[in-house]
Design a protein. Structure first.
Length: 267
C-alpha cells in the first residue's frame, strides 16, 4: 500500500474499531449475567427501552444524549464511549505500528502476512478489553473469552507455519509455570482463568513475547496495585487479568523491538 494512503486508511480502521467497541460493551454487561450477546436487541439497562439505530452510533450517540437514556433519563455509564474509543485507538495503533510499518521496502516482512496478523492482534485486543473489565468487576475471567483467544492462537499458528514451534512453546512456557504456582499455593496465588489466558495468548504471541508480556504484567500489577492500596488505604483483591492483558498488548505491538533492544544492550 502506498504510504500516502495510510492517513486515509487509518481513520477507516478507527471507525471499524469503535463499531466493534460498541459490541464489546454488550459483551461486558451481558456475559457476567449469562445473557445472550446476540439474540436480544440493545436496550437501556434501567428501563429496558429498546434502542433505535441513532442511539447506537458509537461515541456520537452518548455525546448527543449527554450520557442519559432518551426515555427514562437515567445516566448511561461513561464506560460506553471509553471502551469504544479505546478499541478504535488500539486498532489504529496495532495497524500503524505492526501492520503498515511492514510495508516499508526496507523491512524484510511479508506485508500481506503482517496485515493479516494485525487483524488477529486487533481481535485479541478486543477480547482483552472485555476480559479485563469483567475480571476487574467480578474477579473472574470468562471461559468463552479464553476459548476465543485460543481460536485466534490456532489461526496464528496456521498463518505462521514456519514458526509453529515457537507458538506451541509459548502456549506452555508461562502457563506451565503458573500451573505449578497454582498447585503449590492450592489456588491462592493465581487463578485458573489467568493460566488459561497466558496459554491462549502464548499460542498467539510465541514464547519470547509471552515471557515479555508476563514480565510487564507482573511489574504493572505490582506497581499499580500497591499504589491503589496506598491511595485508598484499603485492601484490594488483585484482579491480575487486566495487568496481564496490558502486558500482552504491549508485547504484541512493541515486543520485537523491545527484545531486539535487550539483545543489543545486554547480550
Amino acid at each position: 500500500m502506498p504510504s500516502e494512503l495510510v492517513p486515509i486508511v487509518l481513520p477507516i480502521v478507527f471507525l471499524y474499531g469503535i463499531v466493534i467497541g460498541s459490541f464489546l460493551n454488550v459483551c461486558i454487561y451481558r456475559i457476567p449475567l449469562g445473557e445472550s450477546v446476540a439474540k436480544e436487541r440493545s436496550h437501556c439497562m434501567h428501563c429496558r427501552h429498546q434502542l433505535s439505530w441513532y442511539e447506537l452510533i458509537p461515541i456520537v450517540s452518548w455525546l448527543a444524549l449527554r450520557g442519559k437514556c432518551r426515555k427514562c433519563k437515567a445516566k448511561i455509564s461513561v464506560q460506553y464511549p471509553l471502551v469504544e474509543a479505546l478499541n478504535g485507538i488500539l486498532y489504529v495503533l496495532i495497524y500503524y505500528v505492526h501492520g503498515f510499518a511492514a510495508m516499508n521496502p526496507k523491512v524484510a516482512v511479508d506485508p500481506v502476512m503482517s496485515l493479516i496478523e494485525s487483524g488477529i492482534y486487533c481481535l485479541m485486543a478486543s477480547a482483552l478489553i472485555v476480559l479485563s473489565v469483567i475480571d476487574e468487576r467480578t474477579g473472574e475471567i470468562p471461559v468463552g473469552i479464553n476459548i476465543f483467544l485460543l481460536v485466534l492462537g490456532i489461526a496464528e499458528v496456521m498463518l505462521m507455519r514456519d514458526a509453529w514451534l515457537s507458538h506451541v512453546v509459548g502456549m506452555l512456557v508461562v502457563s506451565g509455570f503458573l500451573e505449578i504456582v497454582f498447585l503449590l499455593s492450592k489456588g491462592k496465588a493465581i487463578g485458573g482463568g489467568d493460566i488459561k489466558l497466558m496459554a491462549a495468548a502464548g499460542l498467539i504471541l510465541g514464547w519470547e513475547k509471552i515471557i515479555l508480556a508476563f514480565g510487564i504484567g507482573c511489574i504493572l500489577g505490582s506497581v499499580i496495585h500497591l499504589a491503589r492500596m496506598k491511595l485508598t488505604k484499603t485492601d484490594h483483591v488483585l484482579a491480575f487479568g487486566p495487568y496481564l492483558s496490558a502486558g500482552i498488548l504491549i508485547a504484541a505491538v512493541w515486543g520485537t523491538q523491545m527484545i531486539q533492544f535487550y539483545i543489543t544492550m545486554f547480550i
